[in-house]
Design a protein around this ligand. Structure first.
Ligand SMILES: NC(=O)c1ccc[n+]([C@@H]2O[C@H](COP(=O)([O-])OP(=O)(O)OC[C@H]3O[C@@H](n4cnc5c(N)ncnc54)[C@H](O)[C@@H]3O)[C@@H](O)[C@H]2O)c1
Length: 324
């Protein structure tokens, strides 16, 4: 009788990391959560008392070894994401590429920890993907920013390694935590093209896809790239996607004139027939996400934001005008 595996979730206190822990805990796995040592993450760790937490930095090989040495599989969610990824290329590379290299090295040295599940992004396919084109694992790389470049480099390191691996290329799985949204994140989301294709996937569903990728028999997932999205009912234009989210947080509806008519946002709609067949994760809709978002933001914060909405909108219009 084999005991259930121990799974290291790296980046466990993040947006998708927490849902990954939840999905794995429901399936009865022993869990190690790894994330940076700060007040926010220590607070989140308290919500998961059954998880063993290791607070450390992926850039520190000894911290990584502490986690890998106790695990049978690793799900790596750690990354610097846009817009922060574009502000400090060296740091982005150190975390998104060198960090992955360290995980691989420690796993190659380990006798028990041999399966790495990695969160990549549909952004590796670049901007200007036409609406209605479905990206697949074989669609070409088109690397136009630090973020996509580091994701592609990490994918290459993983594919060349001697460990078992599964890569999930994610579409948009926005955070539900209102405290995680800063003005610069809003500035980032208005820097998109009106008709850029965006596919939504609920972060809860991404967490389930990752959990299933780490726990399915290796014969079903090893050395495979899965495109992860919400499916054909969850494919939007960037304008509809972004303005609907902003409306639900109280910022209000932004005019079309604020957005570029040129493509700006990397990634697009994806073919999820295979990923859904194997990983069985598409359970929540954008509509449900918006309800969850309204509940998380809460009535008083939404009212507060709507009071400041003219100021926020004026600022965003200025940012958009400068960018296009
Ligand atoms: N959320 C999306 O829409 C989306 C889309 C495509 C791909 N992805 C990928 O999915 C993964 C998870 O995304 P998320 O939305 O949960 O992001 P997130 O920012 O919420 O989580 C990332 C986690 O990594 C941790 N981290 C950052 N630097 C670290 C370091 N040096 N050492 C240790 N931990 C560190 C952060 O503390 C955070 O908890 C990322 O790899 C991201 O690139 C996300």
């Amino acid at each position: 009788m084999g005991e259930k595996k121990t799974i290291l979730v790296a980046g466990a206190a993040g947006n998708i990391g927490q849902y990954t822990l939840e999905a794995l805990a429901k399936q009865g796995y022993s869990l190690i959560g790894f994330d940076l040592d700060n007040k926010r993450n220590r607070g989140i760790a308290k919500k998961f008392p059954d998880v063993e937490w290791i607070f450390g930095d992926i850039r520190n090989a000894r911290d990584v070894e502490k986690g890998v040495s106790k695990a049978d599989a690793v799900i790596n969610l750690i990354a610097i994401l846009p817009p922060h990824s574009e502000m400090n290329g060296l740091r982005t590379n150190a975390v998104n590429v060198d960090g992955v290299k360290t995980i691989i090295e420690k796993m190659e040295q380990s006798k028990r920890c041999k399966h790495l599940v990695f969160t990549s992004s549909a952004a590796v396919h670049g901007v200007g993907i036409p609406l209605n084109t479905l990206l697949t694992p074989n669609s070409p790389y088109n690397l136009e920013d630090y973020y996509s470049d580091t994701k592609a480099k990490a994918e290459q390191l993983i594919m060349k390694s001697n460990i078992n691996w599964t890569i999930l290329r994610l579409t948009a799985a926005p955070n539900l935590d209102p405290t995680a949204k800063e003005l610069e994140d809003l500035e980032f989301i208005v820097n998109i093209g009106l008709n850029d294709p965006v596919e939504f996937c609920h972060p809860k569903d991404v967490g389930l896809a990752l959990a299933n990728a780490a726990t399915k028999p290796l014969s079903q997932v090893n050395k495979q790239i899965f495109m992860i999205g919400g499916g054909s009912n969850e494919q939007y234009t960037a304008y509809d996607f972004v303005t609907t989210i902003l409306k639900n947080t109280g910022v209000g509806k932004l005019p079309k004139s604020m957005f570029s008519t040129e493509p700006q946002f990397p990634g697009g709609w994806v073919d999820t027939a295979h990923s859904q067949e194997v990983l069985q994760y598409q359970r929540h809709t954008f509509k449900e996400y918006l309800k969850d978002l309204r509940d998380e933001v809460g009535f008083s914060k939404r009212m507060m934001t709507s009071v400041f909405s003219p100021l926020i909108q004026r600022h965003l219009k200025k940012v958009a005008k400068a960018a296009h």
